[in-house]
Design a binder for this molecule. Structure first.
Ligand SMILES: O=C(O)C[C@H]1C=CC(=O)O1
Length: 92
């Protein structure tokens, strides 16, 4: 099952730069491992925003929820999930 997500990140002002850097380092590790496993099929920065569009290839809604809620920065992200179906005009 394919899902496109939009994740918007907002850190609360009380976090120190060191705490933010630690979240970002742990996020990079978690995200890298999901990408290597193929569960996260891609991630793109949205130009000009602290946000991304990502593509997930997972077995169920529950698996996607487990993955998304496991992101270290999950408490600071607003996530919108769009389920994807095959387009009738797709040649792939
Ligand atoms: O920097 C971001 O867009 C936030 C974050 C969410 C997943 C990931 O790899 O980075």
């Amino acid at each position: 099952m394919l899902f496109m997500t939009r994740m918007d990140v907002t850190f609360p002002p009380h976090l120190t730069p060191e705490q933010v850097a630690d979240f970002q380092a742990r996020e990079k590790e978690y995200s890298g491992s999901l990408q290597r496993s193929g569960k996260m099929a891609g991630i793109w920065r949205i130009v000009g925003e602290y946000a991304n569009h990502s593509l997930f290839d997972v077995d169920s809604n529950d698996e996607l929820h487990e993955i998304l809620s496991g992101f270290p920065m999950y408490p600071y992200m607003k996530i919108k999930v769009t389920p994807l179906a095959k387009h009738p005009n797709s040649i792939r």
